[in-house]
Design a protein around this ligand. Sequence first.
Ligand code: NAP
Length: 307
Amino acid sequence: MTAIYRRAALIGMGLIGSSMALAMRERGLVDEIACNAKSLRTRTTAAELGLADQVCDTPEEAVRGADLVVLCTPVGTFRELAERIAPELETGATLTDVGSVKKRVVESVGGLVPRDVHFIPAHPLAGTEFSGPESGFSTLFDNRWCLLTPSKDVDEAALSRLISLWTAMGASTEIMDPDHHDLVLAVTSHAPHLIAYTMVGLADHIKRVTNSEVVKYSAAGFRDFTRIAASDPTMWRDVFLGNRDATIEILGRFTEELFALQRAIRTGDGEHLHEYFSRTREIRRGIVDAGQDTSAPDFGRLPSRKN
Ligand code: NAP
């Protein structure tokens, strides 16, 4: 395939940055990859894994001469990084990001981008609970969505070019308003993560459930909560601080639903519970039918040893 960009600069070499590097390289989507990460340790690992042609000590150095710059760091770092790299960005370059929240990114970064640079925020809906440069893999974005939240006056050619990159990395793309993105993600990702964090935290606090019991009997739903609750603390702190309004709105609605279910249990309203759980089962079927998850029992996991 002909390269879509000449030089891509990836700032941040964790799960998303390293997966992008591997996907772009494997599919020949860019001529050259430059990268930067905060710590020497990550930069050394990135070099050892051959994730980039050039591993740079500073973000400024990485973006020099790049026609594509991608912020792949926690969203709380975007503003400071944008301030640092703005003077170095090439005329006509595209600056994008992969941050899990969008309104805050548009507000904090948008005003810092030079007029002759195309700023097109994006969010690939793909991830695992692992982080760091070793956790990436080239197929992470296959059959996943990437949501783009450009401004209304975006340069159409620059937008099409970025869309072709995401498509070539395996994703389907959709354009969304940043506010709408944040509300949708609060429902599908942010609130569920907070609930998982809460359940795991709660289990830890209940004295009767000793640590060994939590581990021993975690074959049921709790195990899936622990997987989600193992996600990167820095990234998720920034997600909740960056998507405060929508998350609080959805958590309010969640609490109301929870109270309704609690009431149904207390009053013995089995009909309500059955009707509710039938609806949620349909939602699960819809996700599987849309190809967003496997229909294999227990997510296709192999049976694990009991002890
Ligand atoms: P990650 O694995 O924790 O990696 C973060 C990377 O950012 C690390 O390489 C880190 O370097 C680097 N970094 C942090 N601060 C920096 C700075 N000031 N300058 C340069 N590099 C810096 O995180 P991730 O999972 O790839 O997430 C990255 C972004 O993708 C986040 O904005 C997140 O919201 C978004 N996202 C994540 C997922 C997911 O499921 N993980 C999915 C979609 C989108 P060091 O290693 O040296 O600290």
